[in-house]
Design a protein around this ligand. Sequence first.
Ligand SMILES: [Fe+2]
Length: 232
Amino acid sequence: MTLVFPRESLGVFPAHLTPSYKSTVKRSPKKPLIVVPHTLSELTGPVYGHEAVQEGDNDLTRQHAGEPLGERIIVHGQLLDEDRRPLPGVLVEIWQANASGRYVHVVDQHPAPLDPNFTGAGRIITDKNGYYKFISVKPGAYPWGNHHNAWRPNHIHFSLFGHSFLSRLITQMYFPGDPLFPFDPIFNSVTDEKARNRMVAAFDLENTVPEWALCYRFDIVLRGREQTPMEH
Ligand SMILES: [Fe+2]
């Protein structure tokens, strides 16, 4: 299969430099980008890590002896291309803070408790309908020191890995109605409002499980006018 990755329709992605998001000042390129032609190795391989995914890797509440603290949630959706065709066989990986807003990472010294029953990472491969589903707990907001009183809205990081090195999207999923949206330079580094809202999941009452967990729907579109923006 030959995959073509046009450079058009990249407009929804945030600029490399967004001064209010301080990390971008140091990491954004100062010189014009050099366009490297895509060759066969980028377009065809490898199929990275797909075979290592186990049944149950998509349930972040069952990786330890007990269940994690917090509000149990279901996050599910479909991966679609620009013509809304489903994308099967895509590796979807997520990582997130625990319910208290703390990551299991040495750099995260936010004085909120770690949860011995929560690591905060999961993965799944989309089925023939491009569908994925995770069970988790709702991540807490956390401070991040970008500016005075800076707090990240609740979010889950998503990484998508398709059939080659170039079929890749890293983004963040947000929860509807978060009061921190207007104050978050990362969320607002996607300057197009419609594109920004494509990073916000929809509350899904139909698939909310009574007495068990709220459900959120997060469809992701790769390429084209409805593209879900890249966000690190
Ligand atoms: Fe985060």
